[in-house]
Ligand binder design. Structure first.
Ligand code: 5GP
Length: 218
């Protein structure tokens, strides 16, 4: 997606910038949340989730294990057949969780008892994240309703936790407030600028990287 119209300053990020910012934040994520499932919001959250996974391996009986990544597709800024790209206000769900592969708690759809970290590249207005969390909570509630034993249901309710990781959090007014039960991690807090990520560059990637020297400093 291109830079939006107007005077919003553009800040370019290289792959290595993203990698290092995620690496630095992963230490806190492991200590304070210890995720057991990533839900990557595509497309922007896919590469960050994959990088984060490198730094969040778990060790069971001496064996290092990768945390699974599930992909969801949520589109807010959509190119509509030739019409200029502009911020949307509605989230379109293009892909959702694959409950058939969610793992060893398949009888309950695989969300219960997990520490679920939702990953996206940027928290802008927060519309996408709020939508994603609402949908996930609704799936979690449906699965909890299926647990007949009340003590077990309450245990699973407590154990199932939601967290968020974004590479960038834009410091601006958001459309919603996150419940305090949801742990929130951002690698970098930024002013309200336009962030240009390396995976979106459809021209010369070396030039994209070298133009970072012109990034505004804050
Ligand atoms: P939100 O729902 O938080 O307003 O927006 C989330 C989505 O908008 C992001 O996943 C991303 O696709 C897009 N977006 C918002 N701000 C930026 C930005 O500065 N750079 C890029 N590349 N995408 C952005």
């Amino acid at each position: 997606m291109g830079h939006p119209e107007g005077d919003v300053p553009m800040v370019r990020w290289s792959y290595n910038d993203v990698h290092k910012a995620i690496q630095a934040t992963a230490v806190r994520i492991k200590e304070e949340f210890a995720p057991t499932l990533f839900i990557a919001i595509g497309g922007g959250g896919f590469i960050p989730a994959r990088i984060l996974r490198t730094f969040c391996k778990t060790t069971t009986e001496g064996v290092k294990r990768n945390i699974p990544i599930q992909a969801v597709g949520l589109v807010l800024y959509e190119s509509m057949g030739g019409i200029a790209e502009k911020p949307g206000t509605e989230v379109v769900r293009t892909q959702w969780l694959d409950f058939s592969t969610l793992g060893n708690m398949a009888s309950r759809g695989g969300l219960l008892g997990r520490k679920i970290l939702v990953v996206d590249e940027v928290d802008d207005t927060r519309t996408t994240l709020m939508y994603c969390l609402r949908e996930l909570q609704s799936d979690i509630n449906k699965q909890l309703d299926e647990v007949e034993d009340e003590t077990e249901r309450e245990r699973l309710r407590k154990e199932t936790q939601l967290g968020i990781f974004v590479v960038h959090n834009k410091l601006k007014e958001k459309v919603g407030t996150l419940p305090s039960s949801i742990k929130y991690f951002s690698a970098v807090d930024t002013p309200d600028v336009w962030l240009a990520y390396p995976w979106e560059c459809d021209e010369d990637i070396d030039e994209h990287d070298s133009l970072r020297s012109q990034n505004p400093s804050f």
